[in-house]
Design a protein around this ligand. Structure first.
Ligand code: 3PG
Length: 205
């Protein structure tokens, strides 16, 4: 599956911070039951790679990715764990479109976008979206950079996601609101499925 195909699976890519590997499979099942299939497990906890391994092996319908990839080595480790895509908060020196794993690099400025396009990328995470201009920035990028497609992430929630999804250069949005830390900790999978279901009907596909 190409990165574009993955990002088109649903309007929202959940951004997940999982502390306990035992939570990975029920969390991923709760999200896919709600209609969100591309799942970003951030490499911010010691359990992250094990979570990716378990989701990749056990959750049918989930397309698991790794987030917070900041080095070539992390891109490789995520691929080795079974991730199908990677997300980075920024551009990684020396890492282009070809590599261990399809990569969605983060950009915040026109210059970064131009560097990313020179490295062969067409799809970018706008990060942190709400800080670097949000919907206005994406509208402003559309005319000079018609080939660039975005998954804005950072500060996006159920209230503002549709504004982003209405933009022609937005393929999906990323966000953590569909898997709140307290619900994950409590194992409140029903609440997470409800949040995912609501998110899956937002905006366009
Ligand atoms: C992140 O990398 O933490 C994402 O941007 C998630 O941001 P959010 O918590 O504001 O959705």
């Amino acid at each position: 599956m190409t990165l574009a195909e993955t990002l088109k699976l649903a309007p929202v890519v959940p951004v997940l911070i999982i502390e306990d590997a035992a939570q990975a499979v029920p969390l991923a099942k709760a999200l896919t039951a709600g209609g969100l299939y591309a799942l970003e497990v951030t490499l911010r906890t010691p359990a992250a790679l094990e979570c990716i391994r378990r989701i990749a092996g056990e959750v049918e319908g989930a397309v698991v990715g790794a987030g917070t990839i900041t080095t070539a080595q992390a891109r490789q480790s995520a691929a080795d764990a079974g991730a199908k895509f990677g997300v980075s908060p920024g551009l990684i020196d020396g890492e282009g479109v070809d590599g261990a794993l399809p990569l969605l690099p983060g950009i915040a400025t026109a210059s970064e976008l131009m560097r990313g396009m020179r490295a062969g990328f067409t799809h970018f995470k706008l990060f942190p979206a709400n800080v670097v201009g949000g919907v206005s920035a994406l509208k402003a990028f559309a005319s000079p950079f018609p080939q660039a497609i975005f998954c804005p992430t950072g500060g996006i929630d159920a209230k503002n996601a549709a504004d982003y999804l209405a933009l022609p250069n937005v393929i999906c949005v990323g966000g953590s609101w569909v898997a709140p830390a307290d619900a994950v900790r409590a194992g409140d999978w029903g609440r997470i499925t409800e949040l995912a279901r609501a998110a899956s009907t937002l905006g366009k596909r």
